[in-house]
Design a protein around this ligand. Structure first.
Ligand SMILES: NC(=O)c1ccc[n+]([C@@H]2O[C@H](COP(=O)([O-])OP(=O)(O)OC[C@H]3O[C@@H](n4cnc5c(N)ncnc54)[C@H](O)[C@@H]3O)[C@@H](O)[C@H]2O)c1
Length: 463
């Protein structure tokens, strides 16, 4: 699962094996992306969703200048203030690589098109909006022949996942390179752990545990919408609070640990059951929270061979914070993430007691490869410049589906299978047509509250 699934022959190999004349006729009429030769021509970047992570991703992209020139030429967002702040940060830090005059800074739900229209085929677009817009923006990127870096999660519901699986294939068929921000896969420590686990160092995996439990972060909770902002923009801005927009805190916060533990197991779970609830329903000022999140989740995933994986998530202050992941095998034990989404060191032990006397291995990673966010960009750009197959989208959708399956099990109080998840409702149809005046996909009631998960009340529906 660590290798990128891609059976399509790369353009360069195709030209080599079939000869120029045959290739030219076979490719007639097919818009193939321009291939950037190593260390020669400049890769241009457009940046859609100018928030915190995306601004970091642009900096990571600039970090690949060791492989050849790369510059930012266009930006798109729905909030002017977010874009202005990102632009000034990037401009200050990277004056040589930021070339985005005002006429290439676009605002609105169609801004993504205008930004991508500034690129040539073979350039890169960064998609770091909330997940709801991923398929819309990815569709246009494929149409334009652009390579893509997109942030996780990729989907929140089944129909969108099915759409994204098809788009992933379309991107591969066009020889586009697509990176997905599940950076655990680019952690050198986890890569070596995966090799060791797959080689049997701790025997067969029988149990995995993941924890992300800390105080509220991001837009985990929301109060009723204030005056002065539309319903649509309120939900887009506070996307962790709304399942259609960001998959809620479960999808947004827990996907990294879920992804890397499933990688260690080399499979995706077939079903999930879960408990969860919302203990604190009022803000400290006594105002009811209106978001769609639980503050505690305990999900039991089951793999086809019966192996169990428990994922615990909590957003609550004053409790025992745990943020790490573990594997139990028939011969030993492993720490995957020591601290955080994929924090080093990883380590393996004989037996189940993680004491130093039992330690078999602890990760040691060279300084220049310790940052998985930098590694993922080095690898994406190397694939672009050397024209190597590279598409992480299918795997990103699978990780997103697995995450949604656990969330939906907790929210519905039912056992949810992979197929249940794939065939769930579409949470936000028609987002490709959305404008600033469109109604929000989720409507508030008279008190400004939204439909919430009520386990046991709504069958397999989540809210
Ligand atoms: N890999 C990681 O470790 C990591 C870390 C943080 C966030 N993320 C992911 O990155 C994404 C963004 O998260 P963030 O923390 O940067 O949020 P953010 O709110 O800081 O940034 C999102 C930006 O997208 C803009 N936006 C929303 N809808 C848009 C649209 N339709 N068109 C153009 N712009 C739009 C928002 O105005 C905002 O500026 C999320 O999917 C999140 O899960 C990944």
């Amino acid at each position: 699962m660590n290798t990128v699934p891609n059976s399509t022959t790369s353009r360069r190999e195709f030209l080599k094996t079939t000869g120029r004349v045959a290739a030219a006729s076979a490719l007639a009429g097919v818009a193939l992306p321009h291939v950037h030769a190593a260390n020669s021509d400049t890769i241009q970047v457009a940046f859609v969703g100018n928030g915190g992570r995306g601004t970091g991703a642009v900096a990571n992209a600039f970090g690949t200048r060791n492989q050849g020139p790369i510059k930012l030429v266009a930006m798109a967002d729905v909030f002017h203030a977010r874009q202005a702040s990102s632009y000034s940060t990037l401009q200050r830090q990277f004056p040589e690589q930021v070339d985005v005059p005002e006429e290439r800074r676009f605002i609105g739900f169609d801004a993504y098109k205008k930004a991508m229209d500034c690129l040539k085929p073979g350039d890169i677009v960064i998609l770091t909006t909330p997940l709801a817009f991923r398929w819309v923006h990815f569709t246009y990127a494929i149409e334009k022949g652009l390579n893509v870096f997109m942030e996780k999660p990729l989907t929140s519901d089944g129909p969108t996942s099915q759409k994204m699986f098809k788009l992933a294939e379309a991107a591969t068929a066009k020889n586009l390179k697509c990176g997905v921000g599940l950076m655990s896969r680019h952690s050198r420590a986890l890569q070596e752990l995966a090799n060791r686990v797959h080689d049997g160092e701790i025997g067969d995996i029988v149990l995995m545990r993941g924890y992300r439990m800390h105080g509220p972060v991001g837009f985990f909770s929301s109060l009723p919408k204030p005056q002065g902002i539309s319903e649509l923009l309120y939900q887009v801005q506070r996307f962790h609070s709304f399942l259609w927009a960001g998959g809620g805190c479960y999808s947004d916060f827990y996907i990294h640990i879920i992804d890397h533990l499933c990688w260690m197991k080399n499979a995706w779970p077939v079903k999930a059951q879960a408990v969860g609830g919302r203990h604190y329903k009022l803000s400290p000022e006594g105002i009811p929270y209106v978001d769609q999140n639980f503050d505690s989740y305990s999900v039991e995933y089951t793999f086809a061979d019966g192996t169990k994986f428990f994922m615990d998530g909590r957003c609550m202050t004053g409790c025992n914070d745990i943020y790490s992941s573990y594997l139990h095998g028939t011969k030993g034990f492993a720490v995957a993430s020591h601290d955080g989404d994929c924090g080093m060191p990883s380590s393996t032990y004989k037996g189940l007691d993680a004491v130093s006397a039992n330690r078999l291995w602890v990760s040691r990673v060279p300084n220049d490869q310790r940052d998985p966010y930098e590694n993922e960009w080095q690898e994406l750009v190397a694939a672009i410049r050397n024209d190597k197959p590279y598409n992480e989208v299918k795997r990103g959708v699978e990780a997103s589906l697995t995450t949604s399956m656990g969330r939906m099990a907790a929210h519905s109080g039912q056992e949810i299978t992979w197929d249940d998840m794939l065939n769930s409702a579409d949470y936000a149809p028609g987002l490709d047509q959305i404008t600033m005046d469109s109604p929000a996909p989720l409507q508030a009631d008279a008190k400004g509250d939204y439909a919430k998960p009520e386990p046991g009340e709504k069958g397999k529906r989540e809210f």
